[in-house]
Design a protein around this ligand. Structure first.
Ligand code: HEC
Length: 459
């Protein structure tokens, strides 16, 4: 390991200058040319943009502008420096300094990549030799099933009804319900979801699919909210992430009579577009059912007054409010992911484990929550927390209902729980695999073996 040094990056954003300190491990050079020579667009910046931005920032995709060539990037430099420096882009808002850091779907920039972008801007953005440009990336047609190569075509395709986004319109949330039509229980091993057409991708900001079915498991295993029925998030779509595969040996159970409740966030782009969303489900073959069931849990970060049926979220005007909740785990659990769900006043949420032996461990924290992005942070196989029964999950959430919160439509309003964006929510979506004592011990033993045979530094 090289020495660490702190570099300070000043990012100008109009009148405000943001100071951002990042730790960079030396002697890694900040860019391919080595110290002394400034990075160039062709050699150093284009590969970063290709790897971390182009999945969305290309024609016919969701982002407002393509970022492939010098000419395309140049007018956006100021905004890029600001968004990248504050880690708003790529959208990945989990706190990099707190808790578990290894995720399956991490799309963030490394500290070194941010430093390279900054060094390039400081050097007045040299274009460099066009011969150094990486070969253009060929993107597969987004309307095809990405997981088909691995599993063949999906076993079940569920389509949302068509929706027309007018050329000029307010953002719309469309939530149709579609029956799955299955007649026997089936185990799901992978899910994919996407807008049906290239034009549809432009107006579909994000898509969620919830699975609604009568659950056969005790309610406290999947919610602390007495109002919630068997209703979980099944899959989220955002460009750059098309498919979700279950962890080996586990799957999601779809029951006869189940329905998919879609949620599409549509936004107008100056052209009338009609489209729908397709959800592809890949089943485990019959006879190869997985041993473990993954359950989608919704845990509120606040309590519900007994018997009242209401969600006790009470956010007075012009102040910062916090809520917390404690969820005892009735069974041994492996937490597969963390996703914070809040609205416009929501600023952050943390999830901490209070172990039966008194130990406490902060698992994850989203510090700069951004309502535009419903990111699901999926832990790596050997990083997903293993929590013995009796562990208490502690959730803390904070909401900024002051004028200092730029997303706040009206800091003078009292805000309560509700569906509308101007109302508020505060819950965590977790995929949880519950394990019996024997399987739990086996999982723990696997981790111990992996950390002793593996030189990887502990995260
Ligand atoms: C998952 C898709 C996705 C990825 C990956 C992504 N972006 Fe974005 N980006 C968007 C979308 C959508 C918007 C517009 C909505 C918003 O601002 O959140 C946006 C907005 C921006 C903006 C603001 C544009 C403006 O109006 O000022 C900048 C700058 C930006 N992205 C830069 C980047 C850079 C640089 C990367 C890679 C390092 C990147 N983005 C990666 C989807 C993405």
């Amino acid at each position: 390991m090289g020495a660490k040094r702190r570099i300070r990056i000043m990012v100008g954003t109009g009148a405000v200058a943001l100071a951002l300190s990042i730790l960079v491990a030396l002697p890694t050079p900040a860019h391919a040319a080595g110290p002394g020579t400034p990075p160039t667009f062709s050699r150093d910046i284009a590969p970063i943009l290709q790897q971390k931005c182009e999945s969305c920032h290309r024609p016919d995709s969701m982002a407002p502008m393509p970022l492939r060539t010098y000419e395309e990037v140049r007018p956006w430099v100021k905004s890029i420096v600001q968004r990248v420096g504050t880690r708003q882009m790529p959208p990945w808002h989990i706190d990099k300094t707190i808790g578990i850091q290894r995720f399956k779907n991490d799309r963030s920039l490394s500290d070194e990549q941010i430093a390279t972008i900054q060094a390039w801007v400081n050097a007045d953005m040299p274009k460099g030799d066009p011969k150094d440009m990486p070969a253009p990336k060929v993107w597969s047609d987004g309307s095809k099933w990405q997981l088909a190569e691995k599993y063949g075509p999906p076993d079940l395709v569920i389509k949302s009804p068509d929706y027309t986004v007018l050329s000029v319109a307010q953002d719309a949330w469309f939530r149709p319900t579609v029956p799955t039509g299955i007649t026997e229980p089936r185990w799901v091993r992978a899910i994919e979801i996407h807008p049906a057409t290239v034009k549809g991708r432009k107006v579909t900001h994000h898509t969620l699919a919830r699975l609604r079915q009568d659950e056969d498991i005790p309610k406290e295993l999947f919610t602390n909210d007495p109002n919630v029925a068997g209703d979980g998030l099944f899959m989220e779509w955002a460009v750059g992430k098309n498919g979700d595969e279950m962890r080996p040996g586990s799957g999601r159970l779809m029951l006869p009579g189940s329905k998919i409740v879609f949620e599409m966030h549509y936004h107008a782009i100056g052209e009338e577009i009609t489209d729908h969303v397709e959800l592809g489900v890949y089943f485990y073959p019959k006879g190869q059912e997985p041993k473990h069931r993954e359950v989608l849990a919704l845990f509120n970060t606040f309590s519900n007054p007994a018997g009242s049926g209401s969600r006790a979220l009470d956010i007075p005007p012009n102040q910062v409010t916090t809520t917390e909740s404690f969820v005892p785990l009735r069974e041994n659990a492996r937490i597969e992911n963390f996703q914070a769900h809040m609205h416009l006043r929501g600023k952050g949420m943390s999830m901490e484990a209070l172990f039966p032996d008194g130990r406490r461990e902060m698992l994850s924290q989203v510090t700069n929550f951004n309502f535009n992005w419903h990111n699901m942070y999926i832990y790596e196989d050997d990083a997903a927390p293993l929590l013995p029964k009796g562990t208490i999950l502690h959730f803390l959430a904070w909401y900024d209902n002051t004028a200092g919160n730029r997303s706040n439509p009206d800091p003078d309003q009292w805000v309560g729980w509700g569906d509308r964006t101007v109302d508020e929510m505060g819950h965590a979506w977790l995929n949880i695999t519950y394990l019996n004592d024997e399987d739990f011990k086996a999982e723990q033993a696997k981790r111990v073996a992996a950390t002793t045979t593996n030189d990887k530094p502990q995260q």
